[in-house]
Design a protein around this ligand. Structure first.
Ligand code: MRU
Length: 345
């Protein structure tokens, strides 16, 4: 997608084909800084410190991490173990590492296998955009007002995004769209969403996290679209903390609540959403606020910082996948992905 009018991806291979270059998301939206990652430890740290973030992008970065590790002679098991431990919630990480192991066992070259994962992820994102576009088009208000939470755009994937892909497709198709962007404390991923949308000229307004329910009650939101870090095979959706509250408000106000889900974010093995590991991040993220001038501490009191929550499927209007839009249910997902759905254990 575009940065200062130039087409880039959130992760790119270096010219040497032995390292990768990422857009350092901890420095956005104030600075566009590209960072080269040339060792396994650098890749693992970049994921852990959220220099790269967003479920699909975490997976793709880890796949490249395996390739970088193998090129340096690090044993595969050690690389996979280190990368798998970087962040617990996004199932894309496990998926990409499993995929790399399988591809390598089948004789694939590591960098090529990682590049294929990246390319396929872009195709999934674009297909989500295509399938999600009618959800926006059919509401053709002027503009269609969409609320999103966190950042599920191209920064969180590789290109296009998941929740933002239908918005980009609508914008390209000349449909007037306006996006309400939740700030998403404490990491403020909403600033990333606002930055992305601004780069593409998509009208948007940043709102405090608590404003969404009020806007829905006043009839100022036509639909919500969010991403996911792990959706169970039953259609329960784990996503950035605060998503559940938005879904509750949407349900109460009769606002459709869609979740954009690439198949790489579906955990076919998860039979109970209560077992999803919810990342608990450092308390200092809540104790402080980061901005252009640096970080300012706002309290030194006790804090808690759960980074994700689960929206039960009964609150989800539909799942927008790369193969189409389906109900959030085991049957619907299994019929759309018969090749991936695992039998109940
Ligand atoms: O903690 P983050 O910023 O990695 O969390 C990202 C999200 O929760 C996104 O909404 C999710 O990964 C979907 S991204 C396509």
């Amino acid at each position: 997608m575009k940065i200062d009018g130039r087409w880039r991806r959130a992760i790119e291979e270096s010219d040497d084909r032995a390292s990768i270059v990422i857009l350092d998301q901890t420095r956005l939206p104030y600075e566009t800084h590209w960072l080269r990652l040339a060792t396994l430890d650098e890749v693992a740290a970049a994921i852990r410190e959220m220099r790269v973030r967003g479920a699909p992008l975490i997976g793709v970065t880890a796949a490249y991490g395996v390739a970088i590790a193998l090129a340096a002679g690090v044993p595969l098991d050690r690389a996979i173990e280190l990368l798998a431990a970087t962040r617990p919630t996004a199932v894309n990480l496990r998926w990409a590492l499993d995929q790399m192991r399988a591809q390598l066992a089948a004789g694939a070259r590591a960098f090529e296998a990682a590049a294929t994962i990246a390319t396929d992820e872009v195709a999934r994102s674009e297909a989500i955009g295509t399938h999600g576009l009618p959800l926006i088009r059919r509401r053709a208000g002027s503009p269609v007002r969409v609320l999103t939470h966190c950042n599920a755009g191209w920064l969180a994937t590789v290109d296009w995004g998941t929740a933002l892909a239908p918005i980009y497709k609508a914008h390209e198709a000349g449909i007037a769209v306006h996006v309400w962007v939740d700030e998403t404390r404490p990491r403020n991923q909403g600033l990333l969403t606002a930055w992305e949308l601004a780069q593409h000229g998509v009208p948007h307004t940043l709102i405090a996290d608590n404003a969404g329910g009020h806007l829905m009650q006043r009839g100022e939101v036509d639909l919500c679209i969010v991403g996911t870090d792990r959706t169970t095979r039953d259609g329960d959706v784990c996503n950035k903390i605060g998503t559940y509250l938005k879904a509750l408000a949407a349900h109460d106000c009769g606002v459709p609540f869609y979740v954009a889900v690439p198949s790489t974010s579906i955990d076919w093995r998860c039979t109970d959403w209560r077992t999803i590991p919810i990342e608990e991040r450092a308390g200092d993220e809540v104790r402080s606020i980061a901005g252009r001038g640096g970080t300012m501490q706002i309290t030194d009191g006790p804090v808690a910082n759960p980074a994700f929550d689960v929206t039960p499927r009964r609150l989800v209007t539909g799942l927008v996948t790369e193969r189409g839009v389906v109900a959030a249910s085991r049957e619907a997902l299994a019929s759309l992905f018969p090749d991936l759905a695992e039998p109940a254990s």
